[in-house]
Ligand binder design. Structure first.
Ligand code: HEM
Length: 440
């Protein structure tokens, strides 16, 4: 028992079956194609949203105590409690609940995101120093803009953007940005990582057998420290033997190579189906030179479009924390040590009672509104443990999507998104493509 309103047994069972378990079946780390498609077809996110809405209607504003499987947990869902939890991560809210820890052990046992205390601070300092977290522009922004524009041009030449095409483009961008041009064609490295992440889905709790061989390849790229790449900045970043530099780089590879293109591909679908917003993006772009970092960074409305795709269809649907000690919440409720805390972005991002634009595409809320201050929106998380690659992700997205829209007219194929209706809760990246007709 806890101090918080308790979800009914049936709600707990449904939360476990409809939200927590599907997250595992779809693949915590590498999304499995078939279950993801089935989930989209079965409207899993819509049912998840309805379920949590009902739980919140019954429980009110407090965190909701529930059983997830056999574990006692709470679900936090108000901006105040989200700020409390994420503002106090990783201590006393650590970000290494058992399932995540067991899965990540397979392919990045030394990851920042599953580190605690001093070790987390050590690795976080290193990541922020290389990624220039919080700076308006990364030191290597000119190199990165040039890479993104070149890959956008290749996509325009192919005339149709599919998920496979944009994912492959981003795998190349990632290898170039992280390791430099010499790694552009090292597809094997990307394939090796995909295999390791698939092993992570099984949550083995121990490093995968081929991890050592993969890490040797990563280390070789790190040692080259190619000028113009993130690895060139490692020597000047604070690190010691506990940091495990190569172990940190692995997270950058999967976040930039898989998570980022999924979000950009959905933003492209939105822009291809919302003429008013597309016009606004085009107006700001003009014929500005997107290899110039200042021109890229000035595309704040386009940045809002990318953030809206992430709000509407968060790639991190559900994430969690675990208490390292007893914690008293702002409302007075006490949570014992060792309890899981769940954050369900699919619901929080579209709370109709708190977000007027919950189900529509509203980039202006980011560009000139206050969406970025809202703790409900956690596609990049928030607080001390918020995503240190957020700025770099938006920058690469602005350059790539901006260039596509400057050069081509996008047309959505295979799915319809109607600006006059509530946007659906799922947008299956395997279920559509975007045709690009060259602009005169
Ligand atoms: C659109 C792309 C991205 C999204 C949506 C995203 C999302 C997130 C989220 C939700 C978290 C918090 C996870 C948790 O606490 O459980 C996170 C953490 C993190 N992200 Fe990202 N990320 C993206 C791109 C990147 C990139 C490009 C990098 C690196 C180059 C990166 C590096 C990290 C790292 C190192 C952490 C762990 C931070 C910590 O625990 O202190 N991410 N990201």
């Amino acid at each position: 028992m806890t101090d918080f309103p308790q979800a009914s047994l049936i709600d707990s069972i449904r939360f476990t079956a409809q939200i927590a378990v599907p997250g595992v079946i779809q693949g915590l780390f590498s999304k499995r194609v078939l279950p993801v498609r089935v989930a989209a077809k079965a409207h899993a996110d819509q049912f998840g949203h309805q379920l949590v809405q009902g739980m919140v209607d019954r429980a009110g504003a407090a965190p909701i105590a529930l059983k997830v499987g056999t574990d006692d947990a709470v679900l936090v869902h108000t901006p105040e409690d989200l700020e409390f939890v994420l503002g106090h991560s990783p201590s006393p809210f650590a970000s290494d609940p058992a399932a995540k820890h067991k899965g990540m052990a397979a392919f990045q046992p030394d990851a920042l995101t599953i580190s605690r205390g001093d070790l987390w601070a050590n690795r976080r300092r290193f990541a922020e120093a290389v990624l220039d977290t919080g700076s308006p522009l990364h030191r290597l922004a000119p190199d990165f803009a040039a890479v993104a524009v070149a890959e956008a041009d290749a996509l325009v030449s192919a005339r149709t953007v599919t998920w496979d095409a944009i994912n492959a483009a981003f795998q190349r961008i990632t290898r170039r940005v992280v390791f430099g041009d010499a790694a552009t064609d090292d597809q094997q490295l990307t394939d090796d990582l995909a295999a390791l992440m698939a092993a992570g889905n099984k949550m083995p709790g121990t490093p995968a057998p081929n991890l050592a061989a993969f890490m040797a390849k990563v280390q070789a790229h790190v040692d080259r420290a190619e000028p113009g790449s993130l690895c060139a900045l490692i020597a000047d970043a604070p690190s010691d033997d506990r940091t495990n530099v190569a172990g940190q780089v692995v997270h950058w590879l999967f976040a930039m190579g898989d998570t980022l293109p999924a979000n950009l591909y959905r933003a492209l679908a939105l822009l291809a189906s919302h003429p008013e917003q597309l016009r606004e993006v085009r107006h700001a772009l003009g014929d500005g030179d997107l290899t110039d970092p200042a021109v890229v960074a000035a595309q704040t409305y386009l940045a809002g479009c990318l953030q809206e795709a992430m709000r509407l269809w968060p790639t991190t649907a559900l994430f969690g924390r675990v208490t390292t000690e007893e914690v008293t919440f702002p409302g007075g409720g006490v949570l014992p040590a060792g309890r899981q805390v769940f954050i369900y972005n699919v619901f929080n991002h579209r709370r109709r009672d708190l977000v007027e634009y919950a189900d529509r595409f509203a980039p202006g809320e980011w560009a000139s509104g206050d969406a970025s201050e809202n703790w409900l929106f956690n596609f990049f998380s928030h607080g001390p443990q918020g995503c240190p690659g957020a700025g770099l992700s938006i920058f690469l997205g602005q350059a790539l999507v901006g260039r596509l829209l400057q050069r081509a007219e996008p047309r959505l194929q295979g799915v319809t998104l109607d600006p006059a209706k509530r946007l659906p809760y799922s947008l299956d990246i395997y279920g559509y493509s975007v045709a690009l007709a060259p602009r005169a």
